[in-house]
Design a protein around this ligand. Structure first.
Ligand code: PAF
Length: 284
């Protein structure tokens, strides 16, 4: 496994791999790797000849500088973790490699960037879309792997891949959960042990909604109410949003029909904001 820091070196290596007809599987990350990332890496390993993982804490997608500053960074431990999973290359650039002097070109996906997470984290998806475009352009992967936990990010990235004509297939891996049901996230480390235990209420609530759909409930307002009531029963939880939207367009829906519906929630526990989701449709 080689760690690459330079953008030019990453691009020329990717060109060489393509000339050799090797398929490239790419897993972009912010580092602070956990089992959720490793599930993506394992999938990439199975599907591709060469696996590249990027580790870059992307300043453009953090809307609060304290959050960016406090984001856990430990390349040595991340690299040790990845070596066990036969990753071929880690791309770990410094900020100036990605955002050079006078950098001023951003990618913005209209209509998908300002709802849900975008409403709570202004500018977040502009930052994500910009860095993913730079990375895709440099590596030109055959497959790129993302976790379902960041459901809106997937919608945004699929849109940009299609709109900008990248020849990259977006592979989505299911949410990996702790035993309690809490979705894995690098933010979980910042919860107290009580908060971490209580935060499993989020998934319990989403499961109740899923069961209600299975039992015939189609009304979105009533499903949202099931989840709101359950999460509000936990005094440590502060709901940021509960949204049911079309899983492709992110447009609000009023009933569960043929199209997949994304049921997404964001909940504060102390100063940690957690997100989770389930995808529903009437064939549940
Ligand atoms: O999901 C993430 O870890 C980040 O948003 C990504 C896709 C690596 C872009 O910085």
């Amino acid at each position: 496994m080689e760690i690459i820091n330079r953008r030019q070196r990453m691009a020329s290596l990717a060109r060489k791999l393509r000339r050799e007809n090797k398929t490239i599987g790419f897993v972009p990350t912010l580092g602070a790797l956990h089992e959720g990332h490793l599930a993506l890496v394992k999938e990439a390993r199975q599907m591709s000849d060469v696996v590249i993982v990027s580790i870059f804490v992307n300043p453009a997608q953090f809307n609060q500088s304290a959050d960016f500053k406090n984001y856990p960074r430990d390349l040595t431990s991340d690299a040790a973790y990845l070596a066990e999973y036969q990753v071929d290359y880690i791309f770990a650039p410094e900020e100036k490699e990605i955002y050079g002097e006078n950098f001023s070109t951003y990618v913005y996906i209209e209509g998908l960037s300002e709802t849900l997470e975008g409403a709570s984290r202004r500018g977040h998806f502009r930052g994500v879309a910009t860095v993913v475009t730079i990375l895709f352009n440099m590596i030109r992967p055959d497959f790129a792997f993302f976790g379902q936990k960041d459901a809106q990010q997937i919608v945004v990235i699929k849109r940009l891949t299609e709109d900008l004509g990248f020849d990259t297939e977006i592979i989505v891996a299911p949410i990996v959960r702790e035993e309690s049901g809490l979705a894995l996230s690098s933010r979980n480390q910042r919860l107290s042990s009580e908060e971490r235990q209580k935060a499993s209420i989020i998934y319990q609530a989403l499961r109740e909604a899923k069961i209600a759909v299975r039992d015939g409930e189609r009304n979105v307002a009533r499903l949202a109410e099931i989840v709101r009531r359950k999460i509000s029963s936990e005094p440590l939880a502060q709901i940021d949003y509960i949204s049911l939207v079309d899983n492709e367009t992110l447009a609000p829906v009023d009933k569960i029909g043929e199209h997949a519906v994304l049921f997404a929630v964001a909940v504060w526990f102390g100063n940690v904001r957690l997100i989770d989701n389930v995808v529903l449709n009437r064939r549940q």
